[in-house]
Ligand binder design. Structure first.
Ligand SMILES: Nc1ncnc2c1ncn2[C@@H]1O[C@H](COP(=O)(O)OP(=O)(O)OP(=O)(O)O)[C@@H](O)[C@H]1O
Ligand SMILES: Nc1nc2c(ncn2[C@@H]2O[C@H](COP(=O)(O)O)[C@@H](O)[C@H]2O)c(=O)[nH]1
Length: 503
């Protein structure tokens, strides 16, 4: 008797071999067409696109599954495959349907074939093609998604503590690549379902967690991923958690050292503790008296922060006054995840980096009433040596020069009288829409675990179906996930998801 994992292994092997063979056939066909084109002209040149044969769209999976599995004994039967399936049936292809479908492979005796059937509207389809395949069993899940010449294999191991792993098959070179994975992956859960959103990203729905924590994107070819691939010289993929609704834009506060940024932020946090949350930066500088690790900063070693920066964990970082400072993605997103508006206190270089990132924020520059006053405040604070004060003042001149760089800051605030400046800051922040998204109110506070799988997909909408009887719990069985207004993405969250119940 074969164990379930052996069946899975066999199936995976069979499926991947199919893909490889298909890739080879495709590349041979391409070569032939190139040769034919070269022979028919005196100057060898690549053929025009119409001479390149179309991709082979046979049913490799079905074909291959009819091969005997590598068993020496009678096999167990019944493994489910969840796949996006394109099915044609009837001798003259009288019908054609596409959709997410659960197929079943039943494996018989030692040299019996594996049987796979696809039914649509009660009729068995003699021919079908599988675009994305998930192999589900109690203890393991593996999905394969085709994008162009690559197949992304997303695996969840049997160990509930280990997270998802990604492998990529390059179908042209027939080689496997283990990509550099950026961003925090979903927490380990028992299972998930997967669908291709577009050629840039894959959507993963985690099961057994609150719905608001269940939506994840694996970015495989977004601008961020392309940029990181270039920098690292490796194949990169990146995780981004889906956020229902827009949330409120984070607020970036910049300005020279000693101008009073920290003072203004402390007042805001004290008055509105449940509304605002502070992005706790990392720094290599030594803690000042009364500064608490994890509250004012995450104090860290240079080698550690450099390593984490190279792992893509930082939204921005900069060398400021001789030390490294940086905002981790986690620092911002943990505040957002609490439903609070995030405040970042960062220097002008950092503000520039955030402006260039996918995080949509409001940028405020705080100016001193005069350079002399700035120097006075910095000295009065008494936290720096004379040498450090001189360095900070030199840097202050450069920062003040950049305060009106076109397109960098949305607002300038002069911090002369503290109370007046604070009032202006409050006015400015309340200018921005404070509304909560109403369309997702029915799940916003839901702590219950959800168990939804992907039922169907169009360009902008995905239907999720509950796997448990949600109706009994008073919730809905069918949800529409609207992807038409997504924003952000890796290295932060993907915002703008809309969820509504479907009657
Ligand atoms: N409007 C103000 N008038 C007088 N003193 C002020 C005013 N605002 C802040 N201060 C004082 O100036 C000093 C510097 O303020 P603060 O530490 O908030 O500056 P900062 O911009 O956060 O500096 P850094 O960038 O170095 O962290 C503090 O001692 C603070 O009490
Ligand atoms: N680019 C970033 N700059 C940051 C960050 N955290 C703080 N800062 C800026 O550094 C200076 C000095 O701060 P201090 O606490 O040593 O006085 C100040 O201008 C901060 O705004 C960060 O994460 N990134």
């Amino acid at each position: 008797m074969l164990e379930k994992h052996e069946i899975k292994e066999w199936f995976r092997h069979t499926y991947i071999t199919c893909l490889e063979e298909q890739a080879q056939r495709r590349s041979e066909a391409k070569k032939k067409s190139y040769k034919a084109a070269a022979a028919s002209t005196s100057t060898p040149s690549p053929p025009p696109p119409h001479q390149i044969p179309p991709p082979i769209r046979s049913s490799p999976l079905l074909h291959r599954l009819r091969r005997p599995p590598p068993a020496s004994d009678p096999l167990l039967l019944g493994v489910s495959i969840l796949g996006r399936v394109s099915v044609s049936w009837g001798r003259r292809r009288s019908g054609h349907r596409e959709g997410i479908k659960k197929l079943r492979i039943a494996v018989g005796q030692r040299d019996a074939s594996a049987l796979t059937t696809a039914h649509f509207m009660g009729e068995e389809a003699p021919e079908f093609r599988v675009e994305s395949v998930a192999l589900e069993s109690k203890d393991c899940l593996q999905n394969a998604i085709d994008i162009g010449d690559k197949t992304y294999v997303i695996s969840r191991s049997d160990d509930p503590k280990s997270s998802i792993t990604i492998k990529i098959l390059d179908k042209l070179t027939r080689t496997w690549v283990v990509p550099t994975v950026l961003g925090a992956p979903p927490n380990p859960t028992s299972s998930h379902s997967v669908v291709l959103v577009n050629n840039e990203k894959i959507l993963i729905i985690e099961k057994g967690v609150p719905l608001k924590d269940s939506i994840w994107f694996l970015e495989v070819d977004t601008p961020f991923v392309k940029q990181q691939s270039k920098i690292k010289g490796t194949v990169v993929v990146a995780w981004s958690k889906g956020v229902i609704g827009e949330g409120q834009k984070p607020v970036v506060i910049s300005g020279p050292s000693g101008v009073g940024k920290g003072t203004l932020i402390a007042k805001l946090m004290k008055e509105y503790p449940s509304k605002f949350g502070f992005s706790v930066s990392h720094t290599t500088r030594a803690p000042r008296e009364k500064e608490i690790d994890g509250v004012h900063y995450h104090f860290t070693e240079r080698s550690k922060i450099e390593e984490e920066i190279s792992e893509g964990k930082f939204l921005e970082f900069a060398h400021v006054h001789g030390n490294v400072y940086g905002t981790s993605i986690e620092a911002v997103e943990s505040v957002t995840d609490e439903g609070k508006r995030c405040i970042l206190d960062i220097d002008v270089q950092g503000a520039r980096s955030v402006r260039a990132s996918s995080l949509e924020a409001i940028f405020i520059f705080v100016c001193p009433p005069s350079f002399e006053e700035l120097e006075k405040r910095l000295r009065a604070r008494g936290t720096e040596t004379e040498e450090q004060i001189q360095k900070r003042l030199r840097n202050a001149r450069a920062e003040l020069d950049q305060s009106n760089s076109p397109g960098l800051f949305d607002h300038l605030l002069v911090n002369d009288d503290l109370e007046a400046c604070y009032e202006n800051l409050k006015k400015l922040l309340s200018l921005y829409d404070d509304h909560e998204d109403s369309n997702d109110s029915f799940i916003k506070d839901g702590k219950e675990t959800a168990c939804y799988s992907i039922l169907s997909k169009t360009n902008s909408e995905i239907l999720l179906q509950s796997e448990t009887n949600e109706a009994e719990k008073g919730t809905t069985n069918l949800l529409s996930l609207d992807l038409s207004s997504l924003s952000g993405g890796a290295p932060g969250r993907t915002r703008g998801l809309k969820i509504s119940p479907v009657n």
